[in-house]
Design a protein around this ligand. Sequence first.
Ligand SMILES: [Zn+2]
Ligand SMILES: [Zn+2]
Length: 357
Amino acid sequence: MLALRKTRAAFGVELADVPTPAAPAHDGDALIEIAAAGICGSDLHAYAWTDSYAFMADLLPVTIGHEFAGTVRAVGPSVTGLAVGDRVVCMPTITCGTCAGCRAGRPLECDARSIVGLHRDGAFAGSVSLPAANCLRLPDGLPFEAAALAEPLAVGINAVNLAEVEPGDAVVVMGPGPIGMGAAWVAHHRGARVLLVGLNDPVRLTRARDMGLTNLADLANETLEAAIGRVFGRRPDRMIEASGAAASLDQGVPLLRPGGLFVVSGIHKGSYNLDLTRFVREKKQLRAAHDSTPDGFAEALRLLQANTEVLSRLITHREPLARGVDAMACASGGQAVKVLLLPHDETQQDETQGADV
Ligand SMILES: [Zn+2]
Ligand SMILES: [Zn+2]
């Protein structure tokens, strides 16, 4: 089968022909045929070979991709609760089950986590074998392409939860990629007033407007402070950074209201200097959001089912896996929000269903 792989500790990815798995790799695994798989910011970091993904060097070659939906084709002998033919998405973080965090029932704190498509083979291929415990069944009728948005939407939900967003809050979301756009939509959906901010992002901000997010700012044309004044007329209660640029914190943290919460969810390559005196006097909180929770995934699937059409506007491009190398370049370019790869489509198409529904 075709697979889009990271093969070298350098810029780029390659299409390779790899053996098609005939059975789940482990007793507790499910073998899943991939219908649709989204390109994530982390895939783009691996592609660009930024410093924060150097940990992959010892693990190569790895088939990348972790945001996907597909159909269970086989299950290992110890699998219960999942059957051949089930339509699923996957929670891509595999926890060790034995560290202190795992034993205390806090899997997000696992210190030996591995991530599908970064530490082990992932979903930019015809099929993938992974622990059945990481799979969630799709609600009836939810198309595969929309379901492939569950992972990034769950990450956005987790960021909004950590920001403790309440109805009526003034919330700034920085970075109009899939995570920022999802977080902004979720905060808006929960009744917050949301300002979504980009930098040289006309295409992505236009797509955000199509999703009903009307308070937008491009920092190429307006300062963050001016945009906040224009939209809220006061300092924001919450800020969520999903840009991966430390400048977002430089600009944003001073503008947050005293006692406000600032959630960082982007992956950064550098460090950030904090004015601790002002930070302490204004009693602000800085929090880190990464990954999501089973509850976040369940909520993402519910939201996707109830709002399939509007949330599917996050998808700007659909490509067959054979065009995966070009698709990675496209997803890196700032003209795309979510790029989906369709492993079983050899022609580009705009259908809402994957193969073998
Ligand atoms: Zn992702
Ligand atoms: Zn653990």
